[in-house]
Design a protein around this ligand. Structure first.
Ligand code: NAD
Ligand code: IPM
Ligand code: MN
Length: 348
């Protein structure tokens, strides 16, 4: 195909700031390949909810479904902002998108470009991917509160894990591992305590592993995984894990590979029954919003993942190379958001 029908959801806080730079780089990268980029921008997020009361109307979801892919910034209010109840936008907009569009692979690569950015003394050669389940786990909203506000309040938040859901994401992790150099999968869970879901995940990994004789695998409890993420992150190749563990581990992974401003992600529907969505791992960062301080690199690398997913692999590799070239030169970076975007675009 020689055109991309792209949906852009800039969102709140630093979302629009970093997305402007990602679009800048994306436009240049695809133009060089002779590909036409058609963009439709959508106003959604906490600010939009305050102004209109809308989270994600059905017509908007239907419209998004027709696009080839979605580039997403970040949504969410500042933690202390009492005008917006916590969770409304996250649940009714962001998670609704991931669930409705069946983004079951939440792909979050971690790669250390040089050693400049890592807070670790001996980071080693970090290059792993986290395949985080994206449609199940404790994120499904299966819970409730009894006797709210009383001393006898009971709150539940039940983690949902289906054989179908676990199997498809585990198989995806093995497929990705078999295409990598080290061909190793690590299941991260907590089956010593979460015995029902944990055993389903463990059995599924054992079963799927038989289909991939060239891929090795091991297992870590999530608490131990956080130790190794800091003491020996280069041991990881492909991590497969549930929705919540994956959320937490990938912020940590971002921190050890140079910061949350570099961490990209894809919410991928591998069956291609709906568009996939690409977004930085970080949120709307209310503490630095509007100051031109946000690092747009994560959003730019997310655009590279988007191109990869649509089959424009050469363009994707060029963006990654441009980012690598820019990151290698960083040293106590004080450039503005747009200056970083311009520099990466210039490296293309
Ligand atoms: P956050 O990721 O927004 O910020 C955490 C810290 O990282 C802050 O100090 C912030 O300044 C810094 N940071 C984040 N992105 C950065 C960047 N590109 N460059 C430089 N520094 C950066 O997480 P939070 O503060 O826990 O959440 C803020 C809001 O964002 C909440 O409403 C939350 O629900 C939402 N959120 C949304 C998404 C998303 O849209 N995918 C992801 C995470 C959090
Ligand atoms: C992320 C975010 C989201 C998540 C929230 C905002 C729903 O933290 O994309 O990592 O937990 O998945
Ligand atoms: Mn997160």
């Amino acid at each position: 195909a020689s055109s991309i029908d792209l949906a852009v959801i800039p969102g709140d806080g630093i979302g629009p700031e970093v997305i402007a730079e990602a679009v800048k780089v994306l436009e240049k990268a695809v133009a060089a390949e002779g590909v036409e980029l058609k963009q439709t921008h959508y106003k959604l997020g906490a600010e939009h909810w305050l102004a209109t009361g809308e989270t994600l109307p059905d017509e908007v979801l239907a419209d998004l479904r027709r696009r080839d892919a979605i580039l997403f910034g970040a949504v969410g209010a500042a933690p202390g902002d009492t005008r917006i109840p916590s969770g409304i936008i996250e649940r009714e907009m962001l998670l609704k998108l991931r669930f409705s569009l069946d983004h079951y692979v939440n792909l979050r690569p971690s790669k250390l470009y040089g050693t400049v950015g890592s807070p670790l003394a001996n980071p080693g050669d970090i290059d792993f991917i986290v395949v985080r389940e994206g449609t199940e786990g404790p994120y499904v909203g299966n819970g409730g509160t009894l006797r709210a506000g009383t001393p006898h309040e009971v709150a539940t938040e039940v983690s949902l894990n289906t054989a179908h859901g676990v199997e498809r994401v585990v198989r995806d992790a093995f497929r990705r591992a078999s295409a990598r150099e080290r061909r190793h999968v690590t299941l991260v869970h907590k089956h010593n305590v979460l015995v029902f879901a944990g055993h389903l995940w463990k059995r599924t990994v054992e079963a799927v592993a038989t289909e991939f004789p060239d891929v090795t695998h091991d297992y870590l409890h999530v608490d131990a995984a956080t130790i190794f993420m800091v003491t020996d992150p280069s041991r990881f190749d492909v991590i497969v894990t549930d929705n919540l563990f994956g959320d937490i581990l990938t912020d940590l992974a971002a921190a050890v590979t140079g910061g949350i401003g570099l961490a990209a992600s894809g919410n991928i529907n591998m069956d291609r029954t709906a568009p996939s969505m690409f977004e930085p791992v970080h949120g709307s960062a209310p503490d630095i919003a509007g100051q031109g301080k946000a690092d747009p690199t994560a959003a730019i690398l997310s655009a590279a993942l988007l191109l990869d997913h649509l089959g424009y692999t050469a363009a994707a590799r060029k963006i990654e190379a441009a980012v690598a070239a820019d990151v290698e030169k960083r040293d106590g970076d004080a450039r503005s958001t747009s200056a970083v975007g311009d520099a990466i675009a210039a490296e293309l």
